[in-house]
Design a protein around this ligand. Structure first.
Ligand code: PMP
Length: 350
């Protein structure tokens, strides 16, 4: 079963490469449309030299964690850094999940919760979201009581649906969970609400964040996790020592220090709101409200629309074969020009 899954993923990865070369407007993977700021490029050789590429990277990412600590408002000891937050999800499995354990997560949501659960030999339990994808807190709590999961994932805002869950609701679920409750805040910056302030109160609360979205360095692979000292210590026991290379640590530090993400964030949020209003006007398109940097839409024939958009040089995310997302497409918010091109193209197609 695990082998089948991996085979299927390799096929997807190959398709992905083809699309990357083909489309001018890449609106499929919730990345930032912006390049690194010029002043970082101008200092890049100095930044790389200072990172000392001939020696192994700092396994504790001390300098970067210091900057994250100031940014997130938590003690640096409560932070561990990963090679993307994917790496940290894998780490959670390695440190906390054994074969046959249950792992709960919303459905539909980020696919890697299920995949890493399967790779760990554990049992994934997808908890269906309600109509229009709202979380049903009662259903989660019932499932927690039934399965006693080692880990429960919540994704806020949820990928790919864009909806959120209030802090009160998160606490209600948290108080019923005996294992870890992971709140994946990959899209936190586009939403502005966090549960970081609960870290001191709940030792089993884990928060995942990433530099791949608002921070704009998906290709450099940097994510971080915030939790209690007990959880962080357990995660260090299974972490690959040199999981984040020196250059990525150094550039992530520069991006955070430059503060460049702030104005870009405002731009993306205002484009998201504009794009949502424009999408709603198109006949045959249902757009779901989103607190992230993407918008999920429902159309009558998603595969056809997906292909026609590729012909117009736009790649969006299709969910072919996913029973929860039949006829849905996910559009990453791009620059005003990209968003205009998308709107114009969708109008022509529909
Ligand atoms: N969590 C969520 C909800 C995501 O959408 C993604 C990326 N699509 C990730 C985690 C992983 O991000 P990364 O590994 O690039 O940090």
């Amino acid at each position: 079963m695990i082998k089948d899954l991996v085979r299927r993923d390799v096929v997807n990865l190959k398709n992905y490469q083809v699309h990357m070369q083909q489309c001018k407007y890449k609106m499929d993977a919730n990345e930032s449309p912006f390049d690194l700021p010029e002043d970082i490029y101008a200092r890049l050789s100095e930044v790389i030299r200072n990172a000392r590429p001939n020696i192994y990277p700092d396994p504790l990412a001390t300098r970067l964690r210091g900057a994250i600590s100031a940014y997130a408002g938590v003690n640096a000891d409560n932070i561990i850094v990963g090679n993307g937050s994917d790496d940290l999800i894998h780490g959670i499995m390695n440190s906390f999940v054994e074969r046959e354990d249950f792992v709960l997560y919303p459905e539909p949501s980020f696919s890697m919760y299920r995949i890493y659960t399967l790779i760990a030999g554990a049992k994934p339990i997808g908890i269906p979201l309600g109509e229009d994808f709202q979380y049903h807190v009662g259903t989660f709590i019932e499932a927690v009581n039934k399965y006693a999961p080692k880990v429960v994932f919540l994704c806020v805002p949820n990928n790919p649906t864009g909806n959120v869950l209030s802090k009160e609701a998160i606490v209600d679920i948290l108080e019923s969970v005996k294992g870890l409750l992971v709140v994946d805040e990959a899209y936190y910056e586009f939403y502005g609400e966090t549960v970081v302030d609960l870290i001191g109160k709940y030792p089993n609360l884990v928060i995942l964040r990433t530099f791949s979205k608002a921070m704009g360095i998906a290709g450099l692979r940097v994510g971080y996790l915030i939790s209690s000292n007990e959880v962080i210590d357990e995660l260090y026991k299974t972490k690959s020592p040199y999981n984040i290379n020196s250059v990525s640590q150094a550039v992530a530090y520069e991006v955070l220090k430059s503060g460049i993400y702030k104005e870009r964030l405002n731009y993306i949020i205002s484009e998201r709101n504009r794009l949502f209003n424009r999408l709603k006007e198109i006949k045959g398109v249902k757009a779901y409200p989103s607190a992230a940097n993407f918008i999920l839409i429902r159309v009558a024939d998603a595969e056809k629309v997906h292909q026609k958009l590729i012909e117009k040089d736009i790649l969006v995310r299709s969910f072919k074969g996913d029973p929860y997302l039949n006829d849905c497409l996910r559009i990453t918010v791009g620059t005003a020009e990209a968003n205009e091109h998308l709107i114009k193209s969708l109008r022509e197609i529909m």
